[in-house]
Design a protein around this ligand. Structure first.
Ligand SMILES: [Zn+2]
Ligand SMILES: [Zn+2]
Length: 364
């Protein structure tokens, strides 16, 4: 490589500085729900304080750039491969990241990953980070309960299909577990899906990132959506305990029907609800998806004389569905409802959101 001449060095330094500091934040638009702010969160990530590769402040920078609102750094309580270099105090990552989080407007939740054999649980809103070290899972969950944390079961099926294991069942029965990672990284644990309703758990989707978050392509890191009354730690905590959450990964969202309905209605505007067909009886229905969530539509209800084609609504894009009125279509003005299944919004095992698009159609 050639060394830059002295004369060109200042310009080069300026360019380097620009590339470091001029990072932009992805707005990652997701609509609020009536009465609630939608917060984009990742409650599971690692740093050099366990088996991650980065310093805690990097997690804040990544989250800011990716458009998140809330993160928790959750290093393993019982796994510290870099202990010789930096010790094993689980309070350090939070302490080190806190100032940068405050400066960049990221809410930082104090957390740990309770790591016992194949069963891992994250505890959020902890006050004393080191109380579970060296304990078995049952004792660790009982011990941390004194701090009234929000606890969820991580990656339930990462070592083979999960069951509702006795140690989890006992902890849940005693009020020690309130949520489950339906999504961890790019894995979805379908065996855990029925437990969300049966056991009244909050749904989470987390990256569990160990290396750089850029291992995920842009906008593909898993995100937990939290529907909070306020954009602060109390708001996040209240929403988690109230189970107002959804899991978002790879264009799919799992959540309660009311929340998914709010996302759909807040995200998509019908640009031409009044449609005047021309003599060709062909028109486009323009749907403006203002959110970062793509939607897949399947038309499930429409008049027999109407043909509808298309249904992939890309993020932040206006998409046209092609409408064709048949010869038998009645002329004049009429109100119709397009019934659609939003196939990527899942409100329960085997159940997707359904929605209605009211239209006024005028046929010559
Ligand atoms: Zn884990
Ligand atoms: Zn982890």
């Amino acid at each position: 490589m050639l060394r830059p001449s002295l004369r060109r060095a200042p310009a080069l330094l300026f360019l380097i500085a620009l590339s470091v500091f001029a990072q932009t934040r992805d707005p990652l638009p997701v609509p609020d729900l009536p009465g609630y702010q939608t917060l984009k969160c990742d409650f599971h990530m690692h740093t050099v304080f366990s088996d991650g590769d980065v310093w805690p402040t990097i997690r804040v920078q990544e989250a800011w750039r990716d458009g998140l609102d809330v993160i928790s750094i959750t290093d393993h309580d019982d796994y510290h491969p870099k202990k010789e270099d930096i010790g094993a105090d689980l309070a350090r990552p939070y302490a080190l990241a806190r100032e940068m989080a405050a400066q960049s407007g990221i809410l930082l939740v104090p957390g740990i990953e309770i790591t016992k054999g194949n069963l891992h649980c994250n505890a959020l809103f902890v006050k004393d980070f080191n109380v579970t070290v060296g304990l078995d899972l049952a004792s660790a969950l009982a011990k941390v309960k004194e701090q009234q944390p929000f606890v969820f079961w991580n990656h339930p099926g990462w070592r083979g299909r999960a069951e509702w294991y006795p140690v989890i069942a006992a902890a849940h029965k005693d009020g020690q577990i309130q949520g489950v990672e339906l999504v961890n990284g790019l894995s979805f644990y379908d065996e855990a899906y029925p437990w969300v309703e049966e056991k009244q758990l909050a749904i989470l989707a987390d990256s569990d990132v160990h290396r750089l978050i850029t291992d995920y392509a842009p906008r593909t890191r898993p995100v937990t959506l939290v529907f909070a009354r306020s954009r602060d730690l109390d708001g996040v905590r209240e929403a988690l305990f109230a189970r107002r959450t959804a899991a978002w990964m790879g264009g799919e969202i799992w959540g309660a029907e009311a929340h998914l309905k709010g996302l759909w209605e807040g995200a998509v505007r019908v640009e031409n609800p009044e449609i005047y067909f021309t003599a060709s009886r062909r028109m486009g229905l323009r749907l403006n998806n203002q959110s970062a969530i793509p939607f897949r539509l399947k038309v499930t209800g429409k008049p027999d004389w109407l043909q509808v084609r298309g249904g992939e609504l890309r993020a932040e894009t206006v998409t046209g569905l092609s409408l064709q009125a048949g010869k038998e279509a009645p002329s004049g003005r009429q109100k119709i409802n397009l019934q659609v299944e939003v196939s990527n919004l899942h409100c329960g095992p085997g159940r997707n959101l359904t929605a209605s698009i009211p239209l006024e159609i005028v046929i010559p």
